[in-house]
Structure formats: structure tokens, C-alpha cells
Design a protein around this ligand. Structure first.
Ligand SMILES: Nc1ncnc2c1ncn2[C@@H]1O[C@H](COP(=O)(O)OP(=O)(O)OP(=O)(O)O)[C@@H](O)[C@H]1O
Ligand SMILES: [Mg+2]
Length: 326
């Protein structure tokens, strides 16, 4: 199965300040604002929706192709991903800009100063999919995740022209996108991923009803947080699946991406939609239990045992056959 995963590539630089920002701000001097905070801690986390999903797929023994743009500083991140089974040979490296970076300082009262530098991400629009397909084989799916909006539009358009099945996963970009762009990204997708809030945003911004959307995509997968997931589509029986129950939620960042990785692995293994959703929920559970989006690990036995406890022995046996054989 050839899976192209397109989307943002970024790192998060997270700092914590022990005091309160508000104690350092002089309200009537804001026009001359210049403050510096001595922070206690810096954490650098690997992120970006595309590497997050690729990492999860790699963990499950697949070999996804990462499609996105980064800077010269990508070298360390690249080796990490390659060590975890991700094909990074098609990442576009900018000659002039750094990899996208989210920089955020949080104070003791949870107030935040944050900035997002898109940097090299804006060059994702220069990436053409055809040469990648020539290298790795015609894609079974191209996932178009949150990225430079022009890149998302271009990838989707190229998929339509060349007949590559595509998966619409606009997530964070929905808030910043006009209805016209969202319609372009979603119309004709083999699969549409979103969480529940985003599914309402898609309806509101496109002007399409839930039924209109089902007429335009193959399958719509809506994640419901700790409630699990809903899967529906024309000609398939809709179902809802509970999330994994015994989860010690530590930090949810990246759950959505992990769910998608598991779901796509289930499809790659040809196990059908329900099994795919189960694999997605189990992989997501591992992420909620760790800090960071690519810090979890498990053995094939752990994974299938957990799947079995939640969704039964038949599911576990089917997944074990694929995962154990990797
Ligand atoms: N507290 C939880 N316990 C167990 N599973 C969870 C929990 N939260 C999320 N999940 C799993 O993760 C999946 C995706 O969650 P959610 O709908 O919150 O995604 P999201 O809003 O896109 O998240 P994000 O964008 O922050 O990554 C759910 O379908 C569920 O399987
Ligand atoms: Mg999400």
C-alpha cells in the first residue's frame, strides 16, 4: 500500500515562566512594550500533523511517505522519523527558511504568549505529487492534512486530475479558511476526517448540510474525543464506536493524528472500516497517555492485547495477524 501523507512539518518550543506575565505589564505603557521573562524550562517537541501521522503508521509497521516542506534544520527530525519507518525522501527542503515553529511561553496562571512561524511550510505549494508517485508507486491514498492553504489546494487538485484517491483532513486550517477553499478540499474525497466541532464548522462554512457532505465524500469519519468515533457514508451502514475505556489521560495533543494513523493502517491491512476505527482508537489511547505526540511506544503484543480487551478477541486476532507479521 502506498500512502502519501501531506501536511505541516513543525516543532513546538514550549517554555514555562514561574511568575505571572500580568505582574510585568504596565498597562499605560503598552505602546512601548518590551518585556523579557526568565523562563524555567524549555521543551522542544516534534510535531506537525504529517510527521505525527507518519510516526504512528511507522509504529504499526507501515512505511508512509511524508510529503511536506521543511528547512535545513530538518536533519535531526528526519533521522528520527526514518528510524521509525517513515520515508522522508520526498520532503522539500527550503534553501532560505527554517522549519515551521510554534513558540509558546506559559505563565503560572496559564496565560500564554505564543507565535507561529510558518517558514518553510509556505514552500509546500511547490511540491508536485506525480514525481513522488513515480518513485514509490501510484498512491492508494493521498492524505491532505493541515498545511500551507495553497499547498492543500494544489495537492487536492492534482489528486483529482491524476485520479489519486485523496483524504481530506483540513483540521486546524478550517478556522482560517473560507467556504470556497473548504469546498474544494472536501468535494470528491474518498474519506473525510474531522472532529465533531470541525464537522459543524465544515457545514457552516461550506453551506452544505450533513447529507450534502455524504453525497460528496466516500466515507466521513468524525472523532468524538473520549466518546469515540462516528463513521458514516452513502451505501455503508453508519456506526459509532466507543473510545478505549481504560485510559489515563495525561496530554491530548496529537490524538487526532494518531487516530488517523491507526485508521489508515486498518485500511492498509484491508480489515474494513470498523476494524480501522478500532485500531485508530487504540493508537490514540497511547498518545493521550504520553506527553508529546511522538513519544509513545508499545509491542505488537501490548497493542493487540489492549485492542482485544476493548473490542473483543476476533478484532485482536485479525490485527495480530497483520501487526505480528511486520
Ligand atoms: N480521553 C480519551 N480517552 C480515550 N480515547 C480518547 C480520549 N480523547 C481522545 N481519544 C481518542 O482519540 C480520537 C480523536 O480524539 P478527538 O476527537 O479529541 O480528536 P481531535 O479533536 O482532532 O484532537 P487533536 O486535534 O487535539 O489531536 C477519539 O476518536 C478517541 O478514539
Ligand atoms: Mg484534530
Amino acid at each position: 500500500m502506498s500512502l502519501l501523507i501531506a501536511g505541516s512539518i513543525a516543532t513546538d518550543h514550549l517554555m514555562s515562566f514561574g511568575g505571572r506575565f500580568s505582574d510585568s505589564l504596565v498597562v499605560d505603557q503598552l505602546d512601548k512594550l518590551s518585556v523579557s521573562f526568565l523562563v524555567d524550562d524549555l521543551e522542544i517537541r516534534r510535531g506537525g500533523v504529517a510527521p505525527n501521522m507518519c510516526f504512528g503508521l511507522g509504529r504499526l509497521g507501515l512505511r508512509p511517505v511524508l510529503v511536506g516542506a521543511a528547512g535545513e534544520d530538518f536533519a535531526d527530525y528526519r533521522s528520527w522519523l526514518e528510524r521509525h519507518g517513515v520515508d522522508c525522501d520526498s520532503v522539500h527542503i527550503s534553501e532560505s527558511q527554517h522549519t515551521a515553529r510554534f513558540v509558546c511561553t506559559t505563565d503560572a496562571s496559564m496565560a500564554q504568549f505564543a507565535s507561529f512561524y510558518p517558514g518553510a511550510m509556505s514552500e509546500a505549494r511547490l511540491i508536485e505529487l506525480a514525481p513522488i508517485a513515480a518513485r514509490v508507486g501510484a498512491p492508494d491514498y493521498v492524505l491532505v492534512g493541515a498545511d500551507d492553504p495553497e499547498a492543500m489546494r494544489r495537492h487536492t487538485e492534482e489528486c483529482r486530475q491524476r485520479g489519486y484517491p485523496f483524504i481530506a483532513d483540513p483540521s486546524q486550517q478550517l478556522a482560517f479558511s473560507e467556504g470556497a477553499l473548504i469546498r474544494e478540499l472536501v468535494d470528491g474525497a474518498a474519506l473525510l476526517f474531522s472532529n465533531e466541532y470541525e464537522s459543524h464548522m465544515i457545514e457552516a462554512k461550506t453551506g452544505w448540510s450533513g447529507d450534502d457532505i455524504l453525497d460528496r465524500v466516500g466515507v466521513q469519519v468524525t472523532t468524538l474525543g473520549a466518546q469515540g468515533v462516528r463513521v458514516q457514508g452513502r451505501g455503508i451502514e453508519a456506526f459509532e464506536l466507543p473510545a478505549v475505556a481504560e485510559v489515563e489521560a495525561i496530554e491530548p495533543t496529537g490524538v487526532g493524528d494518531a487516530f488517523r494513523a491507526g485508521f489508515l493502517a486498518g485500511l492498509a491491512w484491508d480489515l474494513g472500516l470498523e476494524r480501522a476505527a478500532q485500531v485508530g482508537c487504540v493508537l490514540a489511547a497511547y498518545v493521550v497517555e504520553t506527553v508529546g505526540t511522538q513519544e509513545y511506544s508499545f509491542t505488537a503484543d501490548d497493542f493487540t492485547a489492549r485492542l482485544g480487551r476493548q473490542y473483543g478477541p476476533v478484532a485482536a486476532a485479525e490485527v495480530d495477524e497483520r501487526l505480528g507479521a511486520r
